[in-house]
Ligand binder design. Structure first.
Ligand code: NAD
Length: 305
């Protein structure tokens, strides 16, 4: 089976490419990535091929999809603050880019697994978040991911294209970049702690997140591709663990064996207050699934840094 991963040189994409090439039943693994936030180094020596280019380039997509049996669509501008700074750019890649990928797949009848985000739940306060809840995006990023999943599910309904849409929660682990304004909380905290700088917490730090180790995410995505799993609703890809940002800082200090200082700054616009997944649909589709626990995942992440 040959698999194309859009955004395959990014954090989740490169972890997925590594997982796919390690599976005997998978043949060619091709990452299509414009390297806007991803890196060719993530794939060096893995056996996955990198095609540098954009999902917005429809003729390139057609070329890359020749001979593909499955597509995992991860390419996106994946940041709330970046979407606030430039909503058009988020819309172009995350919404229009998704239509480009779906159209190319429809023409060749290639099943698609696509990445959405827990941010689509937005201001809905109910916990845990189950897929039947309404969606109330708080940022252009969240709106664009809602478009990603709506387009994917509409292609299943209108054209019978086999699709599966996952809502990722807070994914962390090796290859997640740090040291820039848009970095995610886990690598930002590790980077600051290793430099002996205070950890910057937006707001009071009691906001909660459902952290998911990237190795678990890669395993689920690869299983979904191999077993051709489809679902007519989005599927949360997280396990219902709820940890506050201050608790995360505590776990990381332990993993790093360092004392850390916290610096509180203004809450961030567009951030949700609490996040915790209902994993019922996920567990129904992937029976026997085990998730890497937070302490173990953080230890692996710290080792990689
Ligand atoms: P990432 O930035 O590491 O990966 C995104 C990749 O897409 C990058 O390699 C980037 O270069 C590539 N890309 C961007 N625009 C492109 C274009 N026009 N054409 C081709 N490639 C392009 O981020 P990630 O965390 O690995 O995110 C992967 C997916 O998961 C995204 O769709 C994101 O919205 C979603 N997601 C991630 C998280 C998380 O916690 N990391 C949470 C929810 C959803």
């Amino acid at each position: 089976m040959n698999v194309v991963v859009t955004g395959g040189a990014g954090f989740i994409g490169a972890n997925l490419c590594r997982e796919l090439v390690s599976r005997p039943s998978v043949g060619r693994v091709v990452a299509l990535d414009d390297l806007s936030t991803g890196s060719a180094a993530h794939l060096a020596g893995t056996g996955a091929e990198l095609v540098e280019g954009s999902i917005l380039d429809r003729s390139l997509l057609d070329e890359v999809l020749t001979g593909a049996d499955a597509v995992v669509h991860l390419a996106a501008r994946p940041s709330v603050p970046r979407s606030l700074a430039d909503p058009f750019a988020s819309h172009e890649v995350n919404a229009t880019g998704t239509v480009c990928v779906l159209e190319a797949c429809r023409r060749r009848r290639i099943p698609v697994v696509a990445a959405s985000s827990s941010s689509v739940y937005g201001s809905v306060a109910e916990l845990p978040k189950h897929e039947g809840l309404p969606t109330r995006p708080l940022s252009p990023y969240a709106a664009s991911k809602l478009a990603t999943e709506a387009y994917a599910l509409s292609y299943a309904a209108a054209f019978g294209l086999p699709t599966l849409v996952f809502r990722f929660f807070n994914v962390y682990g090796p290859l997640q970049s740090a040291g820039h304004a848009y970095a995610a909380v886990v690598p930002s905290f590790i980077d600051a702690a290793l430099r002996g700088e205070p950890l910057t917490v937006h707001g009071d730090g009691h906001q909660t997140r459902d952290f998911t180790y990237v190795g678990t995410v890669a395993r689920v995505l690869a299983d979904a591709v191999q077993r051709k799993v489809t679902c007519d609703s989005p599927v949360n890809l997280a396990f219902g663990t709820r940890v506050s940002v201050l608790e995360l800082a505590h776990h990381l200090a332990k993993a790093l064996e360092l004392a850390v200082e916290i610096r509180h700054v203004e809450p961030r616009r567009g951030d949700v207050r609490d996040s915790q997944a209902d994993d019922g649909i996920l567990r129904g589709l992937f029976t026997g699934l085990t998730a890497v626990p937070l302490e173990q995942g953080l230890a692996e992440t710290v080792r990689w840094f």
